[in-house]
Design a protein. Structure first.
Length: 232
């Protein structure tokens, strides 16, 4: 297989992500995630379907899926990206709202040797600073045990496991209010507009307000006992 371009790698990541939620990725959804015109997406998808081996399966008006070669290429990109994020965060003291953008640039140029050495120096981490799983060296994606914060009932204890990494403003807001990975929380109240008030363990008198959009980007694990705690 010839070298995959940076632009093609970005497409493969978006198609992989969309196909984890839907049976197929539509050109309009891909265009929205990449911020480009649908016509440009169609042109690139056609090219990716004609590589040797093909990276995507594409039929006009029927959506897009990854071939096995495309799936492995996408997982390799995620592995590079997330290991770079951990390195920037742990070794270069970047904040968690800064690492995504830097890794987006570096993931296309980092060599396999560099990525392997970064993984070794870091002790082969399994998750990014935002809680996203890092594919293994043989390109297996760990299964996440989590639920959207929006599905958590009031008065049930949970722990923050993952936060989507694209919204730097959200990440800064969460850090300012001690809503970090591993933080134990409880939903105090859900509002009619989808917003919610969150209690941080140890700071139960200072609820944090999250908009519906914020809450949709946060994923949690219930506490082991999963019990509802009265009086909160």
């Amino acid at each position: 297989m010839s070298k995959i371009t940076a632009a093609a790698e970005d497409y493969l990541k978006e198609i992989y992500t969309l196909c984890t939620h839907y049976e197929k990725a539509s050109t309009s959804e891909i265009a929205a995630r990449l911020g480009i015109q649908s016509a440009s997406v169609t042109n690139m998808i056609q090219k990716l379907s004609q590589t040797e081996p093909p990276l995507v399966n594409y039929q006009k008006n029927l959506g897009v899926t990854l071939t096995e070669a495309g799936r492995k290429a996408a997982l390799n990109i995620f592995r590079r990206h997330r290991l770079l994020e951990v390195y920037l965060y742990e070794k270069l003291n970047y904040a968690w709202d800064e690492v995504h953008e830097e890794a987006e640039k570096l993931e296309h140029v980092a060599s396999p040797k560099m990525i392997n050495q970064i993984a070794a120096v870091l002790g082969n981490p399994t998750h990014s600073p935002h809680g996203h799983p890092i594919p293994s060296p043989d390109l297996m994606m760990p299964i996440m045990q989590e639920m959207p914060l929006t599905d958590l009932s009031p008065s049930v204890d949970a722990t923050i496991q993952r936060v989507r990494d694209r919204d730097a403003n959200l990440l800064r807001y969460l850090a300012q209010h001690n809503l970090n990975l591993g933080t134990d929380i409880t939903v105090q109240k859900k509002l009619t507009d989808g917003a919610m008030h969150i209690l941080v363990k140890g700071e139960i008198h200072k609820p944090v307000r999250l908009t519906a959009s914020m809450a949709q980007q946060i994923f949690v694990n219930k506490s082991p006992e999963g019990s509802e705690l009265p009086g909160r």
